[in-house]
Design a protein around this ligand. Structure first.
Ligand code: NAP
Length: 247
């Protein structure tokens, strides 16, 4: 059975992705940071639907915790086929004058360093050179990497720009090792994340400016992730799908 690790698989886009991957036959490792109950709920739902899943706690910004998380997967006997680097954070909407080094570093530690560390551990297990069977990685970036998110969170936007460069570089580095690396850039999606930025109703505010005239659902992003991980996308690597309603 193929195993997929979804970081931040307990809520929002990660949750929808975990549920969809399980439905498609993957055993899913549902990573979470703090909300154990949310992760357990996803695992229970997958079990109820006849799928296989387990939760694994780790702060992806912490190198030791990432290493331990992958060892937990090994202990489950999981052969990792897919990694979804989905976990990401942002903070209160603010202009450049209000950004502290501490805040910027926290955003980058999770969104960039965390993704790098998970890629590193996944590649060690998937790479043909290391005796693995190959695999696929999807990095969940953001349309903010293109817009820059001015007056909201350019630190977050810049971290997603870094993630896009990670996607490009890593895809070339591991292409001959049987590993495909792609990205998805969601636009305005209905999740709790916008409340973290201080504006729970942000998606509805932006909806009229989106060509498709509405915000997106987490399940719509999960479909793009699923496709990029699947054999249907076997000739696609280093690509990034914009899933932002036309913006
Ligand atoms: P969300 O609803 O806020 O959920 C975030 C998830 O990430 C939770 O499962 C959370 O776990 C986990 N997480 C946070 N920090 C973590 C850490 N340090 N280590 C491990 N897990 C951590 O977020 P979302 O809106 O679904 O966003 C998912 C991804 O899509 C992010 O990378 C985000 O940047 C990107 N994205 C979202 C939108 C949007 O409109 N929502 C748009 C573009 C891109 P806990 O609950 O345990 O903390």
């Amino acid at each position: 059975m193929k195993t997929a690790l979804v970081t931040g698989g307990s809520r929002g886009i990660g949750r929808a992705t975990a549920l969809l991957l399980a439905q498609q036959g993957y055993q899913v490792a549902v990573n979470y940071h703090q909300r154990e109950a949310a992760a357990s709920e996803v695992v229970t739902l997958i079990h109820q639907r006849g799928g296989k899943a387990f939760s694994v706690q780790a702060d992806i910004a912490d190198e030791e915790q990432v290493v331990t998380m992958f060892r937990t997967l090994d202990r489950h006997g999981a052969v990792l086929h897919a990694l979804v680097n989905n976990a990401g954070i942002l903070f209160q909407q603010a202009g450049i004058e209000e950004l502290s080094a501490e805040r910027i570093n926290r955003v980058f530690a999770t969104n960039v360093t965390g993704a790098f560390l998970c890629c590193r551990e996944a590649v060690k297990r998937m790479s043909l050179r290391h005796g693995g069977q190959g695999g696929a990685i999807v990095n969940v970036s953001s349309a903010a990497a293109r817009s820059g998110a001015p007056h909201e969170y350019i630190d977050y936007a810049a971290s997603k720009g870094a993630m896009d460069t990670l996607t490009k570089g890593l895809s070339l580095e591991v292409a001959a090792q049987g590993i495909r690396v792609n990205g998805v850039r969601p636009g305005f999606i209905y999740t709790d994340m916008h409340a973290d930025g201080g504006e729970a109703g942000r998606v509805d505010r932006m909806a009229p400016t989106i060509p498709l005239q509405r915000g997106g659902e987490p399940e719509e992003i999960a479909q793009a992730i699923l496709w990029l991980l699947s054999d249907a996308a076997s000739y696609i690597t280093g690509s990034i799908i914009d899933a932002a309603g036309g913006r």
